[in-house]
Write a protein that binds this ligand. Structure first.
Ligand code: BMP
Length: 261
């Protein structure tokens, strides 16, 4: 059956990655497919925001390397919030190097991402070694990878062939692949994988650095997004909590419309 018309709870059993199973489960239980991109540069800003919107999201997406006052206790508190509100943590690291370097970037250094992130984003550009490395680092643990198959930014260099080869590369690493970062439903068919789509605001627009925004209706109903990433649409709002609820409601309504045919 076509993946986009199956409800999240019916897709759990198709998932071969444990994080994908958890995420489907959280979305179905909390009735939210909103992922907050918490692109703030101070730890208190991120933690305060999550206190307010944690109950409305299925996942938070971080860019740990933009934080000015990073300390180890930040990730401890982030994890506590994730447990309390039942959401997952995606570190948007966009790994893009040779396998050996990526395995070090994943587990070592200041951030030790592998210790706290449920899942990470990864480019397929360097070839299969990047997935082989992460497969080794994630060995049998409940961790996952979102592989970038498309981007939201204007003029990006990803081609149809690159996208198809990215999807076929992923099929060899089914245990660690949570899904794809992509914009279109034809990118992949497997109902056990998750379509994570960024570039979303309530109105169609652009920023002045090439980001393109589509509406919830467009990305969920037409383009098949399963988990929807919203950053500045919420973080830059006068009242982020109220705005998070507005996004959650709009996105869930679109999902219900899609699965109702
Ligand atoms: P915003 O909604 O504020 O534009 O933020 C979008 C977020 O999603 C950013 O953190 C960005 O790094 C990420 N992102 C994106 O915008 N487009 C992509 O194709 C892939 C991304 O990870």
């Amino acid at each position: 059956m076509e993946r986009v018309i199956l409800p999240y709870e019916k897709r759990i059993d198709f998932a071969t990655n444990l994080v994908a199973r958890q995420l489907f489960n959280i979305m179905a239980t909390k009735k939210t497919n909103l992922c907050l991109s918490a692109d703030l540069t101070m730890t208190t800003g991120i933690l305060d925001l999550l206190e307010k919107v944690g109950e409305h999201i299925c996942m938070v997406k971080t860019h740990i390397d933009i934080i000015d006052d990073f300390r180890d206790d930040f990730v401890v508190r982030l994890k506590q919030l994730a447990d309390r509100f039942n959401f997952l943590i995606l570190e948007d690291r966009k790994y893009a190097d040779i396998g050996h370097t990526v395995s070090l970037q994943y587990s070592k250094g200041l951030y030790k991402i592998g210790e706290w992130a449920d899942c990470v984003t990864v480019h397929s550009l360097p070839g299969e070694g990047i997935l082989k490395a992460l497969n080794g680092s994630m060995n049998c643990i409940t961790k996952g990878v979102f592989l970038l198959a498309e981007m939201s930014s204007e003029g990006n260099l990803i081609t149809q062939q690159y996208k198809q080869e990215t999807v076929s590369m992923a099929s060899k690493y089914a245990n660690i692949i949570t899904g794809f970062v992509c914009q279109n439903k034809d990118t992949f068919q497997n109902p056990g994988l998750i379509q994570l789509t960024p570039g979303v605001q309530l109105e169609c627009s652009k920023d002045d650095l090439g980001q393109i925004y589509k509406t919830p209706e467009k990305v969920v109903v037409e383009n098949g997004a399963d988990v929807i990433v919203v950053g500045r649409g919420i973080t830059a709002a006068k009242n982020p909590e109220v705005q998070a609820v507005a996004y959650k409601d709009a996105l869930w309504k679109c999902y219900i419309k899609r699965i109702s045919g």
